[in-house]
Structure formats: C-alpha cells, structure tokens
Design a protein around this ligand. Structure first.
Ligand SMILES: [Fe+2]
Ligand SMILES: [Fe+2]
Length: 163
C-alpha cells in the first residue's frame, strides 16, 4: 500500500506534469505568434509528452489501489522576451522537474516502497533525456539569436521533431 506521504507526493507530481504540459503549450502559443511554426511544433510535441508523463503516474496510483487527486494547474505565460528566452525557461523548467523526481525517489526509498522506486527509474532516465533534448534545442536557438536567417533554419529543423 502507498503511504499517505508518498501518495500525496505522487499526486502532486501528476499536477506538476500537467503544469509542464501547460508551460510548453504557453511557449507554443508564443512561438506561433512569432511566426516560428517549427519551434511551436517542437513545444506542442513536448507538451504532449508531459501529458503522457502525468498519465503514467495517474495509472500507477490507480494500479496501487490508491486515490488520485488532481490539484490546481497554475496559469502560465504565453509571452517571452525572445524565442531564446522561451527555450531557456524550458531548460530551467526541466531542471526543476528533475529535482522534483529525485526528491520523489528519495521519499520512495525512505518509505521502503519498491514498486514506486521501480516506476520512478523510468522518470529518472527520462529526465536525463529531457534535459539533454531541451538543452540542445535551447543552445541552437540561443546561437541563432539576432541572426534571422539562421533562426528560420533552426525553426525548420526543430519542426521536424516527431510526435
Ligand atoms: Fe515530464
Ligand atoms: Fe519534461
């Protein structure tokens, strides 16, 4: 059985993943408005992945016979100073999520909850990938800042991300 403490933390993580989806949707809206459809698509795909993350924990909680609670998903910005600033914010966001997943794992260890530890191992690996992917994209966009032709090239490239 999931302990109350761990259940609360897992439910909070569901909300954080949904909030992540929302954050990237806000960035997609901003990038569409900037006429950067490739970058916007990249963010839309990222947003969908976050929904999948939320659902993984949602299903895990249910599988454990516990009660899912869904918290408030806070409002997010749909404006940024520049495309590079949006991608920088995305990387910052992923780093925060990594810290949150790590803390959740630590709690699962403290509570001697082995199934949660196993489930979270997927997320620990995923966060390495997430920071790498977002970091690479952020780096590309940062390098293109102030060079419109390069920015359009990067936009095209990021738009090739698969759903
Ligand atoms: Fe996530
Ligand atoms: Fe993520």
């Amino acid at each position: 059985m999931l302990s109350d403490k761990l259940l609360a933390a897992l439910n909070e993580q569901i909300t954080k993943e949904l909030h992540s989806a929302y954050v990237y949707l806000g960035m997609a809206a901003y990038l569409e408005a900037q006429n950067l459809p490739g970058m916007a698509k990249w963010m839309r795909v990222q947003s969908e992945e976050e929904l999948e993350h939320a659902m993984k924990i949602f299903d895990f909680v249910l599988e454990r016979g516990a009660t899912v609670t869904l918290g408030t998903v806070e409002a997010v910005p749909t404006e940024y100073e520049s495309p590079a600033a949006a991608f920088r914010a995305a990387l910052e966001h992923e780093r925060k999520i990594t810290a949150s997943i790590n803390a959740l794992y630590e709690l699962a260890v403290q509570e001697n909850d082995y199934p949660t530890q196993v489930m979270l191992q997927w997320f620990i690996e995923e966060q390495v990938e997430e920071e790498d992917n977002v970091g690479r994209a952020a780096d590309m966009v940062a390098k293109a800042e102030g060079h419109p032709p390069v920015l359009l090239m990067i936009d095209h490239r990021l738009g090739q991300r698969e759903e």
